[in-house]
Design a protein around this ligand. Sequence first.
Ligand code: PMM
Length: 284
Amino acid sequence: MTTWSVPAMPVEERCLVMGVVNVTPDSFSDGGQWFDERAAIRHGHELVRQGADIVDVGGESTRPGAARVSLEEELARVVPVIRELAAAGVTVSVDTMRAEVAQAAVEVGARLVNDVSGGLADPAMPRVVAAAGVPYVVMHWRGHSHDMDNRAIYADVVTEVREELAKRVDLVLAEGVAEEQIVLDPGLGFAKHAEHNWSLMAGLDRLAELGYPLLIGASRKRFLGRLLAAPDGTPRPFDGSDAATAAVTALAARAGAWCVRVHQVAANADAVRVAAAWNRGGGR
Ligand code: PMM
């Protein structure tokens, strides 16, 4: 199987599992549940017990249509949670588009920066990440949540996402980020309709040709709820798509993904083990 390794991350012979802790009142799929600091910290530990290799802490919702939070609010939400989880030995990533938040997070122990804008939202981000020397998730992104659905226009989504990611890579390298720090993410659901997400997953091999580890965030997204809609067309609620998320995880891990970002860790940790055994059986 593909053995991607990113410095300072757990090295495993399988796809890694990133568990999500959204410290927000309004996130897409688990909004409000971990908004309280103590609840967020407890949840982070619980995700590790369930098999998370990395805990991703975010303080700004990116759900379609969401408004931005202030810098001060975002810092107040994530820094105490990251500090405490990191001090307890948890491998923490910070999910942020702001360089100041990334900087503060790294100072209190975050070991990976997950930037859904791939450095587009805050031009200072790549330099902060370069100086910190931590892995950097560069996600495909075309604009903030309030109008991203209007930007979901593609003639050939896999080719365009690949080209746009390659441009982001060139830019962050020019800002001093090392190749070994970079992880790429197609950004499922971000300026993408359901058919775009499915094309991107079917085209993971072409994204992998860029030569960087891939992270996939399909967990509980709208396109899964639509796939599993009731006969009258009513989409399945978020928490009804966890089995579908685990199926995506197994397929992404089979295709060589480096990491999956998920809300429900236990089933996805099982899924990556199944995929690893499958890949070993197939000599990958
Ligand atoms: N999706 C969300 C938030 N952060 N980060 C990465 N790297 N990839 C993603 O697909 C991604 C992300 C939105 O999901 P949530 O608000 O339901 O957690």
